[in-house]
Design a protein around this ligand. Structure first.
Ligand code: GLC
Ligand code: CA
Length: 562
């Protein structure tokens, strides 16, 4: 299937010809230099004491974000929603959920952020809606209703679904509607029916809605599970369906194409080859995609993320190397360690006990030293950690479904809890830790989900004024990215490829270069020589040692090709 797509989309067009001219144009795109900050609105800042973060809360914290130096905010969904999947189940794309505020608050956020040169990136969920969206309510009335075909339906008998495709959140992907004697298809919860992209009227409605948001002045879009829109459920194809790139090109042309917006597609099934198409420098699809290859390395083939497995560090290096090479000058990478669906970076890839501060900074150095657009997930800039909840403290639908399912299958309860501590999406969803006051300054009411109990030690107030904090380190790193052309344009070369301790690489741009060294262990490791203090652009220890790297030590060193 991939080969086919490549043939028709990459080579069928005037791809090669257009490419050269566009390359120069694309070099100056603002989002290549930008650092994006992801906000999960429910957990960022509450402004009215109902225990849920909201848009006014974000506006109140814009100074903090401006101080950090980020260029844009990716806002997880704030649209009207029954909140079955925390807003990724949208019932009205053109309204704000009252829980988060009003459309006026949204407009104020765009304006106020704009004054600080921060753009707002909306999260677009185009693969499915809520089952409470007006389209689906209509669609369910009768098979002759004009909205019926906006969704994916198949005939079948009760208890005899069309096939055994599973929902990502557990159970069958097919839900029976007795009144219609049909099943509808849902890749996520049954309250998230999949949209039928084959229907041109549906597509046009989505485009109109997107253009309406563009007119409001948003800075771009993050496109939720976008590689799943062209599903072919009869063939059991969920992502990268044969018509995917036809749809994406149409979407681009009818909406954000030729506008100065950032677009980032979420694509769990992306390969380097596909990502060159998704992020083609000719601008025909997106600016970039989120691919997850590095995220799957602590998972075994054929098993799922809950079956804990140690990460293969050497493989991690080779995966990054592969992507850095694959998209150099032919696409663009997004760089991230975590988001609202993933565990906290420092707990997963670093050491969140003895070396929390060092390893949080090390991970930041490693990622921000590469080519691409870095994404910081709220609280990552403080080194926030995973949380150890008891089962009644979890809120996430995926977590709760999995717990039930595994208990029924006879798994040991303590083992399931271990998996949750490592992998539950709620690790990332505990409230932002602003200060050491009650509820960490997140809310004056009852928080919708418990805080991580370490907030008295780990919080923004402590860190903003401390030059050696994780926060201050991120601030310097962001500044460096804004200024340094080697970070922007340099070619990537992995150093010590087989080392089990060190992740090091070179970036080279004409005669200039930088070297990035990161120690992934809690031991001293020899790998550097004759480093001069004045060449260090940034490092995560206060004093200088030129002979070896200390536990989780990281540095970026400038130089010239000799
Ligand atoms: C994406 C979102 C996730 C959501 C899912 C369904 O993966 O990031 O939070 O549950 O899509 O919309
Ligand atoms: Ca609130």
């Amino acid at each position: 299937m991939y080969a086919l797509q490549l043939k028709s989309y990459a080579f069928g067009h005037s791809y090669i010809l257009k490419y050269k001219g566009d390359k120069m144009k694309m070099k100056s795109k603002w989002w290549k230099k930008a650092v994006i900050y992801q906000i999960y609105p429910r957990s960022f800042q509450d402004s009215n004491g109902d225990g849920i973060g909201d848009l006014r809360g974000i506006i109140k914290r814009l100074d903090y974000l401006a101080h950090l130096g980020i260029d844009a905010i990716w806002l997880s969904p704030v649209y009207a929603s029954p909140q079955d999947d925390n807003g990724y189940d949208i019932s009205d794309y053109k309204n704000i959920d009252p829980m988060f505020g009003t459309m006026e608050d949204m407009e104020d956020l765009i304006t106020e952020a704009g004054k600080k040169n921060i753009r707002i990136i909306m999260d677009l969920v185009l693969n499915h809606t809520s089952d409470e969206h007006a389209w689906f309510m209509e669609a369910q009335r009768s098979i002759n209703n004009s909205y019926h075909d906006y969704y994916v339906w198949r005939d079948g008998g009760e208890d005899a679904p069309p096939n055994d495709l599973k929902s990502v959140f557990g159970g069958s992907a097919w839900e029976w509607v007795p009144g219609l004697k049909q099943y509808y298809f849902h890749q996520f919860s049954k309250k998230q029916p999949d949209l039928n992209w084959e229907n041109p009227k549906l597509r046009q409605e989505l485009y109109d809605m997107i253009n309406w948001w563009i007119k409001k002045g948003v800075g771009g879009f993050r496109l939720d599970v976008i590689d799943q829109i062209a599903k072919e459920p009869d063939l059991k194809i969920t992502n990268n369906g044969p018509k995917l790139h036809i749809y994406l090109r149409e979407l681009n042309q009818k909406t954000f194409g030729n506008k100065d917006l950032i677009t980032v597609g979420e694509a769990w099934g992306a390969t380097p080859e596909l990502s060159r198409i998704f992020s083609n420098p000719d601008g025909s699809e997106f600016s970039m995609v989120f691919q997850f290859e590095h995220i799957g390395l602590d998972q075994q083939e054929g098993k799922d993320k809950w079956d804990l497995f140690p990460m293969n560090f050497v493989k991690l290096k080779h995966v990054f190397e592969k992507w850095q090479h694959a998209l150099y000058d032919t696409g663009w990478n997004s760089l991230f360690w975590n988001n609202h669906d993933l565990p906290r970076a420092v707990s997963r890839f670093g050491n969140d006990t003895d070396y929390r501060v060092e390893s949080a900074k090390m991970l930041a150095t490693l990622l921000h030293g590469m080519q691409g657009t870095p994404y910081i997930y709220q609280g990552e800039e403080l080194g926030m950690t995973n949380v150890k909840f008891s089962i009644d403290q979890y809120r996430d639908i995926e977590t709760l479904n999995m717990f039930k399912e595994r208990l029924e299958k006879g798994y040991n309860k303590d083992h399931i809890i271990q998996s949750l501590w490592a992998k539950s999406r709620d690790n990332a969803r505990t409230p932002m830790q602003w200060d050491s006051s009650q509820n960490a300054g997140f809310t004056e009411g009852n928080p919708w989900i418990m805080l991580n109990s370490n907030y008295k030690e780990i919080n923004a107030e402590n860190q903003v004024s401390d030059p050696n904090s994780v926060f201050s380190y991120y601030k310097r790193l962001i500044q460096l990215r804004h200024e340094n052309e080697v970070l922007l344009n340099g070619r990537f070369e992995l150093l010590f490829p087989d080392s089990k301790e060190i992740f090091a690489y070179k970036r080279v741009f004409y005669e200039k270069k930088i070297n990035v060294y990161c120690n992934f262990t809690d031991q001293n490791v020899k790998c550097i020589r004759n480093i001069k203090k004045e060449d260090i652009l940034i490092m995560n220890y206060e004093d200088f040692n030129k002979e070896y790297l200390r536990p989780y030590e990281a540095m970026i060193i400038k130089g010239y090709i000799s």
